[in-house]
Ligand binder design. Structure first.
Ligand code: A2P
Length: 279
């Protein structure tokens, strides 16, 4: 992956691919919004674009990628599959559908979107992902919203470490235990809704740190995610916000600022429960 204008650092994943440390989240954009937002984002320096079957915007994301002047190899595209495909063969079908909607011939990172434990077939799905990885149909595989026990099951069943587990993480929902577990196993933590859906941006510890560093509250919160070991994928349709959300590598929050922001944990609505919620 060559250098990009925003100089976003990359990280090497367990199965060898390199992933940018910040990406663009695309939920809840529709195809039209995603088409415009992804093109702006690529111009601003984003190289990681995160979509999902369930967002119903893979076609819009794919059209933006097709319009972008960048070579396919310069971009890192993540998508996620639904419970319907949680079987060895089903994953291959989900991959094909996503490939067709995106207009690509490989996916960089394919995730199981939710574990859906009541259905109980995520291990079969993960075996299907491991097969796609071995065939070069995807460059990295992983999960979203998986618990530590579920990740252990996947590793024990296949011997293949998920490259990524994407979890809901923001100052409202800290997940230090899970991040430590991921780090121990070489799994990258990605943070979805890293800005707490925007709800955390007016909190005093966030605005105080923003003033101290002459940055925006969103930059503070994204930096906070990174300093806790979580790679954020903030969503914005606005080019100005997209650009500033990427510009978080030239300042560092000190211990007191981190601790003050940590104090917001649990002050928002309850996070989604992956044992009962999923699709
Ligand atoms: P918008 O798309 O209008 O910019 P999360 O990624 O945590 O789910 O948060 C996404 C929400 O935060 C969206 O409503 C998005 O709105 C908003 N948002 C994204 N970046 C910023 C920013 N830099 N400042 C304020 N709000 C932001």
């Amino acid at each position: 992956m060559s250098e990009n204008p925003a100089a976003v650092p990359v990280k090497k994943l367990a199965n060898g691919a390199e992933i940018p440390m910040i990406g663009l989240g695309t939920w809840p954009m529709d195809d039209t919004e995603a088409g415009a937002a992804v093109l702006h984002a690529i111009e601003a320096g984003y190289r990681l674009i995160d979509t999902a079957e369930n967002y119903r915007n893979e076609e819009g994301v794919g059209q933006a990628i097709a319009r972008s002047p960048l070579a396919r190899s310069e971009l890192f595209v993540t998508t996620k599959l639904n419970a319907e495909w949680h079987s060895f063969d089903g994953v291959r079908t989900a991959w094909r559908h996503s490939i067709e909607r995106l207009g690509l011939d490989y996916i960089d990172l394919l995730l199981i979107h939710w574990p859906n434990p009541a259905q109980g077939t995520y291990v079969d799905a993960y075996k299907g992902l491991a097969k796609l990885l071995s065939k070069g149909k995807v460059r990295a595989i992983g999960t979203s919203n998986f618990t530590q026990d579920q990740l252990t099951e996947l590793i024990d069943a296949t011997g293949v470490v998920p490259d990524v587990n994407q979890i809901q993480h923001s100052p409202l929902w800290m997940r230090a235990d899970d991040i430590a577990f991921h780090e121990k196993h070489g799994i990258l933590t990605q943070a979805w809704s890293p800005l707490g859906r925007g709800a955390v941006l007016e909190a005093e510890p966030v605005t105080a740190a923003a003033t101290a560093h002459s940055v925006t509250p969103a930059q503070v919160v994204l930096r906070w995610n990174l300093q806790h070991g979580a790679s954020p994928i903030p969503k914005s349709t606005r080019p100005d916000r997209q650009a500033s959300n990427l510009d978080v590598f030239s300042f560092e929050l000190d211990e007191a600022q981190m601790a003050a922001i940590d104090g917001l944990d649990g002050t928002g609505p309850a996070p989604a429960d992956p044992m009962t919620f999923g699709h």
